[in-house]
Design a protein around this ligand. Structure first.
Ligand SMILES: Cc1cc2nc3c(=O)[nH]c(=O)nc-3n(C[C@H](O)[C@H](O)[C@H](O)COP(=O)(O)OP(=O)(O)OC[C@H]3O[C@@H](n4cnc5c(N)ncnc54)[C@H](O)[C@@H]3O)c2cc1C
Length: 395
């Protein structure tokens, strides 16, 4: 692959400069991709990007090997993130809190947690099944009445997604990646080959390699190439609450059997949320208190009775990029359209998977194969062939 010198010609273009697109760009540049890379990002503020609106959690407690392998690589990457992203002696602070993920178990989900724990341990994840007493040692304020125990993965945790994204971008730029703050509105395709894109201001950019990393807009980008990508935007709301007295210990990212999750935010405030099953598809960024009052608070206060009294400080809404096919990422190249790659549809676990996804696409694009993490099971082919990757631990 030779260097192209025309300013409007690139060797590879990535549509979407969120954590996925930026990780791909960083990995390619860092791994020695021989060519000019452009990342197209329509919103330089990232105000509505899923990455910055996420809660920044990473766990290895999945039920499929591919998701576990992805998160094992990503966790070790995030642990060394500051060093890896150093630019001119400056290291980004992502405030990684390795407090673990804690899945609480009741009669209904306990058998599943037990099975998953055995499987996770067989792949080297140190997930522990904790008794009620052990669980209460981690969260003494928990109401244990209807619980059996919990599944705990120490070392997992959560971090600041905004600083993480900025760390990737700064390093990618330092390594020579071009960020173009423009919206791609058209992709030029000739037969089964790609030729380039046109942006909203009418400029044409040429490249035969294009990566779709457009997050919740991945389906729209797919349409520009004439490819159906079953990824849709679905709103998820997050709430910030203040307890009447602070918990004097660190909360792991905890998932209640009701689906409500909670974790610590700075100042010992608590972030909480729950995926709404009947949330309509759409680009909806408004958040409301009613869902908190009706759906979240009752379960939250049941589990943490102290939170019968609390102050709802604020909230926000972001978009899951839901893969309607099987709620897992779609990673790899299109089998028929030459040069069309994608890393989309992560359905609520894309932030944590970004490092491994970036590495995988870097290898696929440079070497034509996966070497570090084999993400073949998540290829687009599975949709064409009618196969699903059934992940039982989707939050
Ligand atoms: C409330 C909430 C909580 C979450 N919590 C977690 C969590 O704890 N852990 C976890 O792993 N994941 C979590 N997620 C999911 C995670 O945020 C996403 O999976 C991940 O951020 C996807 O990254 P992305 O780069 O694909 O998407 P984005 O961050 O949305 O980036 C895509 C970018 O593409 C740009 N773009 C789109 N179309 C175009 C175009 N045509 N031209 C130019 N630019 C374009 C957009 O402007 C956007 O900036 C959460 C999500 C939400 C909403």
């Amino acid at each position: 692959m030779g260097f192209s010198t025309h300013p409007q010609t690139f060797d590879l273009m990535i549509i979407g400069g969120g954590v996925i697109g930026s990780s791909i760009a960083y990995h390619l540049a860092n791994d020695g991709f021989d060519g000019r890379i452009a990342v197209f990002e329509k919103d330089p503020t990232y105000e509505k990007a899923s990455t910055v609106l996420s809660v920044g959690g990473i766990r290895r407690q999945f039920s499929t090997e591919v998701n576990i392998r992805i998160c094992q690589y990503s966790l070790s990457f995030y642990r060394e993130f500051s060093e890896r992203m150093e630019v001119d002696g400056e290291r980004p602070e992502i405030d990684f809190k390795p407090r673990g993920y804690l899945f609480l178990g009741n009669e209904k989900n306990w058998p599943l947690l037990m099975n998953h724990q055995v499987f996770q341990r067989s792949l080297g994840v140190e997930t522990q099944l904790l008794t009620l007493e052990e669980t209460l040692r981690i969260i003494p304020d928990l109401y244990p009445g209807d619980l059996i125990g919990s599944s705990f993965s120490p070392g997992d945790g959560y971090m600041d997604p905004h600083s993480t994204l900025q760390g990737f971008i700064k390093k990618a730029k330092h390594l020579g990646v071009n960020y173009l703050y423009q919206e791609v509105v058209e992709i030029f395709r000739e037969g089964n080959r790609l030729e380039g894109v046109r942006t909203k201001n009418g400029t044409k950019y040429l490249s035969s390699l294009i990566v779709n990393a457009a997050g919740p807009y991945a389906g729209e980008v797919g349409k520009m190439v004439g490819v159906e990508i079953p990824v849709v935007p679905v709103r998820r709301m997050v709430y910030l609450v203040r307890p009447p007295r602070p918990f004097e210990y660190d909360l792991p990212l905890t998932i209640d059997p009701s689906g409500v999750y909670f974790l610590h935010e700075t100042g010992r405030q608590i972030l909480t949320g729950k995926s709404r099953k009947d949330e309509p598809i759409g680009f909806n960024f408004s958040w409301d208190r009613q869902y908190f009052q009706e759906e979240i608070w009752p379960s939250l206060a049941h589990r943490l009775p102290l939170l019968n009294e609390l102050r709802l400080i604020s909230g926000w809404a972001g978009l899951y990029e839901v893969n309607q096919w099987d709620f897992n990422g779609i990673i790899g190249k299109h089998p028929e359209i030459k040069g069309f790659f994608m890393a989309v549809g992560f359905s609520g676990h894309g932030f944590q998977q970004a490092p491994a996804v970036g590495k995988a696409l870097s290898e696929l694009i440079r070497l034509g194969r996966y070497e570090t993490v084999d993400v073949t099971p998540l290829g687009y082919e599975r949709i064409l062939e009618g196969r699903k990757v059934l992940e039982e631990e989707v939050i």
